[in-house]
Design a protein around this ligand. Sequence first.
Ligand SMILES: O=C(O)[C@H](O)COP(=O)(O)O
Ligand SMILES: [Mn+2]
Ligand SMILES: [Mn+2]
Length: 578
Amino acid sequence: MTGGGLNFELRGKKITFEHPHRWKLRHHPVMRRGKRVMIIILDGWGEQIADEYNGIHVAATPTMDELKKTAPDRWRLLRAHGLSVGLPSWEDMGNSEVGHNALGAGRIFTQGAGLVDVALSSGKLYEGAGFKYIMSAFAKNTVHFMGLLSDGGVHSRSDQLSLLMKGCAERGAKRMRVHILLDGRDVAPGSAPKYIDILEKDLAGIRKMGCDAMIASGGGRMAVTMDRYENDWGVVKKGWDAQVKGEAPHKFPTAGDALKKLKEADAKLDDQYFPPFVIVGSDGKPVGPILDNDAVVSFNFRADRMVMAAKAFDLEKFDKFDRGKMPKIKYAGMLQYDADLDLPKHFLVAPPLIEKTSGEYLVHNYVRTWACSETVKFGHVTFVWNGNRSGMFSSSLEKYVEIPSDKGIAFNEKPEMKAIAIAEKAKEALLSGKFDHVRVNIANGDMVGHTGDPKATVIGCETVDKAVKIMLDAVEEVKGIFLITADHGNAEDMVKRNLKTGKPVVNKQGKTEVLTSHTCNPVPCIIGGPGLAKGVRFRKDLPEAGLANVASTFINFHGFHAPWDYEPTLVEYDEKEK
Ligand SMILES: O=C(O)[C@H](O)COP(=O)(O)O
Ligand SMILES: [Mn+2]
Ligand SMILES: [Mn+2]
């Protein structure tokens, strides 16, 4: 077990004082210790008008329907977007990182998007060590920017890229190259040309400032660079080859041409799956390979899909693929993506410091934890849940299990994903009696929802329901307690809607538009199980509660009062039932 000390300075020295009772939680007067608790996170499972565009509603979900119908005081909605999860505005949809951070930490922390906004607007970013580090390339070499080009606000924001590039030009950068990753997942499919136009205008403005600036390479985020949790290193290698070596199967004079020609060749190609391409000059040579003494900035603030690339760029020893001749570069992340691994070593903005998470409290109070998901969400219920912290708090009290995800396919091809396998493993863990806290993430609503394929999404949601049933049966068998919730919406909205009326938007061609992104919808939170004392029900005085209120709630289920600084518990006890 680590951390938890009181840090202070005494006559210039850093002192850490470990208070023995710092982690001890008070016993709850009503909810007793020793119950087995199952926490089920349904990724991308929000609440929306029950119509034909709601993938969850269209799906047959008898288990989830029954829970909603039969225990009204144990079913409620929670906020999972905007300020309730530390994002800059209520217009920001939720996402896995901020959602799982709030769920695991029991408090709301200002997240990467907001921290970068402040660092840029205050100018603090330009005073930091990370910026000074990349500045060495300004006068004679190239500064490369690599990241997701959209205003989705989940992994990155194009307005932040634009400000950062201008800031670099104002401070003397003479040559810039941008390596773009097309989105179509956090923003509308087919919207990539719009973001390229904006970027090209920005670059033209920067050229007027005397800086040679242009796009150098590109590709869709799911095919190039932005893999996560080491599911497929081939994706990162494709990015490396295009960005660093200037090698890709497709070469074009501009990014606009790349989009046009590749789409002409395959009309079904979505932004997120575009193959890698490089931009070449009239001599046929790539305009922006990464060379010795160049600086590289990955401008995504979110970690999960940039950590793998960061390893390739930052680590001296690296064996995941052959990097070829490694250029001597100055690499910095917009944020540090993994503080425990010190990755990357250089960064422009310090990440949120999320400490004293529920997972750490549980081990200090001898609650044995088992956490599981399939690869594509594995870090969500471990690393992100624990406040972006690698590894376990206690190897004797915790076990984390990863079920390998399917590789190299879009998830509408196998919408069942690994939901049943995760449920079976969770059941085994609960029945084993070796764990008190069993926590899973079931990915289908989100991963299949992102493909924008309504039929596959329905199959995905039906599989989720079956998985939930398996786990609830196990809870029944051990007389345990369950808590089901979600990290944000996705599958409940397969169409772009008018935000005021909730009606689908019809475009000029008279068609509705597919929604591949998350939503701003609330998510359900459901509690129950034979182990939950009879009078325990949701409080009525927290109508605006959000994901950060969940941790106190399950800490109660384990028999403890929550830490004093956590958001309040969602439950109360009916005195008459005592
Ligand atoms: O990374 C992704 O797949 C999407 O941008 C966001 O999805 P997530 O927040 O559910 O991971
Ligand atoms: Mn998610
Ligand atoms: Mn998602």
